[in-house]
Ligand binder design. Structure first.
Ligand code: ATP
Ligand code: MG
Length: 456
């Protein structure tokens, strides 16, 4: 790192020059300003790490300068220099965000110590921010929103098994429910966190390529194999392999993967040496794997081997308590990314967000927030910011049906209302009739009968 830069603001030329000389000896890059106005003018270009600010300035006061510095660059550390007679102003300055103050006249060594301590704090702050920006920082459990009892249950299980370094985990959930987020949080909290987590998207890579990617090959294994290539399994040694969309892996490869899991060894393509690897497998899918097993599209032996700890993340519409906390979480993240300062969601907009069924789950919610916050500059998410499909998502709510009907003086029959409600529940369960019947509190056969009767 280049040296820290300090801007000294004082109206006495002698003080400025003495301090400059003394602090330059410490290796800091020093700039000076003899008034608040000129300090504010130059700080934009200089971006000093620390500002030594005299409280008694001619022109705009020290406190006002402090306020504006904090508005412009909140991360700047400000140390106030103050005379004993106006000590109460120093207290006010601390409230406005000054890091510390030093009483005039001071010993230069005391000042140096105060500065050193402040810069240590700054250094730690930067380290923490770097950590939070890094993969390990982003994917930690504290960053996963969970208010509903369904999601807190999921996190509890994930949290516990993260420490068991070998246990295989199978994550199931619709698209956008947070499977990847959870897989990474598990890895980064496990004893393997210093080793890589290697992601393999089984749906995105053709079968033969996936095999050579996984196992690697020896020179001459096939026409294009000019030299040996290490497979992903080898690269992940002592770490974690995240098989995303495992439901799309071919039958042939499923058998080979099972062998690796059972024996912890494999051979590179075209090679005959057994290579031993120590990996943890986390697999994820948005398909119903049990069903795929029944329909013989997925090997049952591999399914049981993967399903040691099954974690099912319910869709967002089945844990509505998570919707607003998630929205606020995304708002916070996006405030930083997009340099916005959103603080709230109006109650009207919040009601719409909670009412909407979020077929794309948390990802869809995040995308909508991003769209709103890039398009509008505001401090709250308002109803009129919401896309029409969310604002107007009312068509199946009974109150909407009633409202409409009352306007037309055409009240629906009980049967019509029942049909509309059943259709709404079916939509929420993705047409899963067993689940829908459970929610409706009726027997599945009775639901089937009703649906049949509408077809006539
Ligand atoms: N509980 C949560 N807390 C915070 N962020 C979340 C949560 N759930 C999901 N997200 C965020 O939503 C987005 C989608 O999550 P992720 O990519 O993990 O979903 P996925 O289940 O892997 O989806 P797909 O099946 O489509 O790959 C990510 O930006 C993720 O960080
Ligand atoms: Mg994913």
């Amino acid at each position: 790192m280049t040296s820290y830069s300090i801007l000294i603001v004082d109206d006495e030329t002698l003080t400025l020059n003495n301090l400059k000389k003394a602090l330059e000896k410490e290796g800091y890059e020093i700039h000076i300003a003899d008034s608040g106005e000129s300090a504010l003018e130059i700080m934009g270009q200089l971006k000093p790490n620390l500002i030594l600010l005299d409280l008694m300035l001619p022109g705009i006061s020290g406190l006002e300068v402090l306020k504006r510095i904090k508005e412009k660059r909140n991360e700047t550390i400000v140390i106030m220099m103050t005379a004993y007679e106006i000590l109460e102003k120093a207290v006010e300055a601390m409230k406005l965000g000054a890091y510390d103050y030093i009483l005039k006249p001071f010993k230069i060594n005391d000042l140096k110590n105060t500065i050193r301590r402040a810069l240590e704090t700054l250094y730690l702050r930067i380290r923490i921010q770097d950590h939070l920006k890094s993969e390990k920082g982003r994917y930690y459990f504290g960053n996963i929103v969970a208010e509903s009892k369904e999601m807190t249950g999921v996190l509890e299980t994930a949290n516990k098994i993260s420490f068991a370094s070998k246990t295989t985990v199978l994550l199931q959930g619709e698209s956008g429910t947070g499977k990847e987020l959870l897989a990474k949080a598990i890895h980064y909290q496990s004893p393997r966190s210093d080793k890589p987590i290697i992601e393999i998207n089984c749906a995105a890579i053709p079968d033969n390529l996936l095999e050579s990617e996984l196992f690697g090959y020896e020179a001459g294994a096939f026409t294009d194999a000019k030299k040996r290539k290490l497979g992903l399994l080898e690269k992940a040694d002592e770490g974690t392999v995240f098989f995303d969309e495992i439901g799309d892996m071919s039958f042939n490869l499923q058998a080979k993967l099972l062998r690796v899991l059972e024996e912890e060894t494999f051979k590179r393509l075209g090679g005959n040496k057994n290579i031993k690897v120590d990996i943890r497998i986390i697999a994820a899918t948005n398909k119903d794997l049990e069903k795929a097993v029944k329909e013989e599209r997925f090997r049952s032996d591999l399914f049981y081997r993967l399903n040691v700890v099954p974690i099912k993340i319910p869709p967002l519409r089945e844990r509505k308590e998570d919707i607003l906390p998630l929205a606020l979480h995304f708002i916070q993240e996006l405030n930083q990314e997009l340099k916005r300062s959103y603080k709230r969601i109006t109650s009207e907009a919040a009601a719409c967000l909670v009412n909407y069924p979020w077929p794309g789950n948390a990802r869809e919610l995040k995308n909508i927030m991003e769209r709103i916050m890039s398009l509008h500059i505001s401090d709250e998410v308002k109803m009129l910011h919401l896309p029409l499909e969310i604002r107007n998502y009312k068509k199946y709510t009974s109150s909407a049906v009633m409202e409409q009907a009352e306007k037309n003086k055409d009240l629906p029959t009980l049967e019509q209302l029942e049909k509309q409600y059943i259709e709404r529940v079916l939509e929420h369960t993705d047409n899963n009739k067993t689940k829908a019947a459970k929610i409706l509190g009726i027997h599945p056969t009775s639901l089937f009968r009703k649906i049949k009767s509408w077809e006539k």
